[in-house]
Design a protein around this ligand. Structure first.
Ligand code: SF4
Length: 457
């Protein structure tokens, strides 16, 4: 069996499964957020009753993150619905925006968009927050009401996005009927060269197979090249499986996975036991390819979909209006570090926005010094508009007052993961997906360039 088949067989209590089988699997964690949480709660109450209790309150994780820092009253109200539900159910893992469990959330526009407006429990973008808060463990099944839930496949688990109806069912029963996906294998060999990042790997892969090339399939990334990838790198790659239509992504378990997971579960007091899945000798793949990491170049996915792959060096004719660094894919500490390496001592020539994915990342950037400046200071010095209000922000457009949202038909180079028309706001805007290094270099040049033109200072 492949890693995904082995994991699903175990979650179904079966000795073996094969692609195409319909099986009931037990969920280890159900995650929801402010966009889909209220709908999920509505389904749960409708189907299980107004007084019903969730199947396991330790396994429901609620992370408001999408439409948070906006004056839109309906968006603010969504967070209040989550708070009321968490209180009623006694949920220990609700990462509220405010500290008062009986309060209401309102974004105060008079304080501006750059200064922190959240309390001590707020966790930021769900997919980055889940591992940081100790909710990702090898061998587990994670369902989330968000398509990029597949990011947790970096930790050797089965993680996939589901709709509100399925999530309402999981909330009540702790299980779900799913079809076992076929597995595509991407064997990684070699090492990335300077200027190339994990984002380039996944943009290359999606360019190879197309934005529907993995529809309802598992994407298994393995091979000797995995050892050189950090957990952040693996998360970036797994995050974008859905941009090829993938059901899930999965990486093998190794010492790096163990170190991360054990550190985070210990730090947060979450469940520490886990049981990874190891590869079998007789895995059957529907597709196999080798990705030579040392041959990859800085890559861009052009408008209008993530499969429109081009080398960055061939896109010098694309003039830009804006650059954006942020999201679950591109707003991690390591992403900002690479962004700052290119921008240090230089200045952007176009509007450039930086939105860390979580408050912990804000803290990392504001406390790590390079010489006498913090990484945060270096980015501000370079002209980047940095906000402390960690969240999804303009990655998915959001309400019209969202920080960094494209309200006019602009061209933007972005470290986010999706670029279908209208994704970041205006439906005639164009989004070019790239690595943080390519975003930084392009922000300096005002056009798309290969980051190797701007070696780190
Ligand atoms: S940052 Fe973007 S892709 Fe990630 S969860 Fe938020 S909206 Fe979705």
């Amino acid at each position: 069996m492949t890693l995904t088949e082995k994991l699903l067989a175990r979650a179904a209590g079966k000795a073996s499964v094969q692609a195409g089988d319909n099986i009931w699997v037990k969920a280890d964690v159900l995650m929801t957020h402010d966009v889909c949480g209220p709908g999920t709660i509505g389904v749960f109450k409708r189907e299980f009753g107004a007084q019903a209790k969730v199947w396991d309150r330790e396994r429901v994780v609620i992370i408001p993150d999408h439409y948070i820092f906006t004056a839109d009253s309906k968006s603010n109200r969504n967070v209040d619905i989550l708070r009321e539900f968490a209180r009623e159910q006694g949920l220990p893992y609700f990462y509220d925006v405010i500290d008062d469990p009986k309060g209401t959330w309102k974004f105060d526009t008079t304080k501006g968009v750059l200064k922190r407006q959240y309390g001590s429990q707020y966790a930021g973008v769900c997919h980055a927050a889940l591992p940081q808060k100790g909710h990702t463990r090898p061998g587990e099944v994670l369902f989330g009401t968000d398509s990029h839930t597949c990011m947790a496949g970096a930790f050797n688990e089965f993680a996939t996005g589901i709709g509100n109806t399925d999530a309402g069912f999981v909330m009540g029963t702790g299980k779900l009927l799913i079809k076992v996906p076929e597995t595509m294998r991407f064997r990684l060999e070699g090492r990335m060269q300077p200027g190339v990042m994990a984002k380039d790997i996944i943009l290359h892969v999606i360019g190879e197979i197309g934005f529907d090339g993995a529809t309802y399939r598992a994407m298994q990334f393995d091979g000797p090249g995995v050892a050189s990838l950090s957990m952040d790198d693996r998360m970036t790659i797994a995050n974008m499986a859905i941009e090829a239509g993938g059901k899930n992504a999965i990486f093998p378990f190794d010492a790096r996975t163990a170190e991360f997971v054990e550190g985070r579960t210990r730090l947060n007091g979450t469940r520490q036991s886990y049981d990874p899945v190891e590869p079998d000798r007789d895995q059957k793949f529907v597709y196999e390819t080798v990705v030579n990491l040392d041959q990859l170049e800085p890559t861009v996915a052009c408008h209008p979909d993530p499969g429109q792959r081009k080398p960055a060096k061939e896109l010098g004719h694309v003039k830009l209006d804006r650059a954006y660094l942020g999201s679950c894919t591109g707003g991690k500490t390591s992403d900002f570090v690479e962004f700052a390496r290119v921008l240090r001592g230089r200045h952007v020539s176009i509007d450039t926005f930086g939105v860390p994915a979580t408050p912990e990342i804000v803290h990392d950037l504001q406390s790590t010094r390079w010489g006498d400046r913090t990484i945060w200071d270096i980015l501000v010095d370079a002209g980047v508009q940095m906000t402390e209000n960690a969240g999804c922000a303009a990655c998915l457009g959001g309400p019209v007052d969202t920080f960094g949202r494209m309200n006019t038909p602009l061209k933007c180079i972005s470290a986010t993961n999706r670029n279908f028309p209208g994704r970041m706001g205006h439906k005639e805007s164009q989004v070019f997906l790239a690595s943080p290094a390519t975003v930084a270099a392009s922000a300096i040049a005002g056009k798309i360039v290969d980051p190797r033109e701007f070696p780190a200072n």
